[in-house]
Design a protein around this ligand. Structure first.
Ligand SMILES: [Zn+2]
Length: 72
């Protein structure tokens, strides 16, 4: 079973394949130590909310929901 990993890219204006940015935990650990723990929330955000990267243009894809699903 293969799921097609596509998302709508704002830069390409079309459905594109995406991948996740690999997280360098050693780098984040170093930043956390250097910033006396101030970097920890950002590290957590990156870890639990990995950003999708467009395969076509390499830009992060932010919009997860289709625009038409927004209700008032
Ligand atoms: Zn793109």
């Amino acid at each position: 079973m293969s799921k097609s990993d596509t998302a709508c890219c704002n830069h390409c204006n079309k459905e594109v394949h995406y991948h996740y940015d690999p997280i360098n935990h050693w780098w984040h650990l170093l930043l956390s130590i250097c910033s006396l723990g101030l970097w920890l929330p950002i590290w957590a955000c990156v870890t639990f909310g990995p950003s999708k990267i467009c395969d076509e243009c390499g830009n992060p894809i932010w919009s997860d929901q289709p625009v038409k699903a927004i209700k008032r």
